[in-house]
Ligand binder design. Structure first.
Ligand code: HEM
Length: 229
């Protein structure tokens, strides 16, 4: 077992499993965030539910572990591949010409997403969970008092001096995520052995569709809030 974990295919396997776990998180996170387009009450109710639901509280630390494993193994594999490139032969050179731009730049795209994520957690997660913010003052939604998470999120993108800059950064993060998923989605299924000749094409199409919806969905939110909130 320890041999498998330290082998290249073992590391790719754990990257794929954690990647698919992160894909599920993205679906839930995007669905919750799209409530921002419906207005303050809708988003505050969803945010209150996410902040108090016991299952979500258990999944959150697992999510952090998933991100850590995904990033650590991606870094190790990228370093190993760079070292191995010295002994690259003709067939690998030919293959690299056939692969997509995203597949050749997965680590760079991942680094952009990670940088975005650090800033993003400081913007929202840190304020909601640790420091608090005057914007989060409680509001009454249908008789129940809850934090005004909508004001915190909308406040970032409508800020008079930094709103436009943050909106651009969030759109860039969403686009990088979309490109990362165009390769990552089907590649993860391929690595765990789910894909055969027939499914490879189908998964690649589903992957592109998923990448477009997730990237586009996250990108629409800051643009919408900047213009209409
Ligand atoms: C317009 C885009 C986005 C908005 C408005 C948004 C909003 C938020 C908010 C309000 C929180 C704090 C939730 C809480 O602690 O109660 C949060 C947390 C988080 N976001 Fe996002 N997010 C966006 C995009 C993304 C993207 C693209 C990723 C991943 C690449 C991501 C990953 C996370 C993670 C890991 C957390 C911490 C875990 C959690 O609280 O669920 N977010 N986001």
């Amino acid at each position: 077992m320890s041999g498998f974990v330290s082998s290249s295919i073992g590391k790719k396997f754990f990257m794929s499993i954690t990647g698919l776990f992160l894909v599920m998180f993205l679906l839930v996170h995007l669905t919750a965030n799209l409530a921002l387009l419906l207005g303050p009450d809708a988003f505050n109710v969803v945010s209150h539910f996410m902040g108090t639901n016991p299952i979500i509280q258990i999944v959150q630390p697992l999510l952090a572990i998933g991100f850590a494993v995904h990033i650590i193994y991606a870094s190790i594999l990228t370093l190993q591949n760079q070292k191995a490139r010295g002994s690259e032969n003709y067939s690998t050179v030919t293959n690299s010409h056939q692969s997509s731009w995203a597949s050749k730049n997965m680590y760079i795209l991942g680094t952009v997403i990670f940088s975005f994520l650090v800033l993003h957690l400081i913007n929202f997660f840190w304020k909601i969970k640790v420091t608090g913010s005057p914007l989060l003052n409680e509001v009454n939604v249908d008789g129940e008092m809850m934090e005004n998470a909508y004001a915190l999120v909308a406040g970032l993108f409508t800020d008079a001096s930094l709103g436009l800059a943050y909106s651009i950064i969030y759109v860039i993060g969403a686009i990088a995520l979309g490109f990362h998923l165009t390769h990552g989605f089907w590649s993860a299924f391929q690595t765990i052995g789910f894909s055969n000749d027939a499914w490879r094409k189908r998964l690649s199409v589903i992957g592109y569709l998923f990448a477009f919806l997730v990237g586009g969905g996250f990108a629409i939110i800051p643009i919408f809030l900047m213009l209409f909130a």
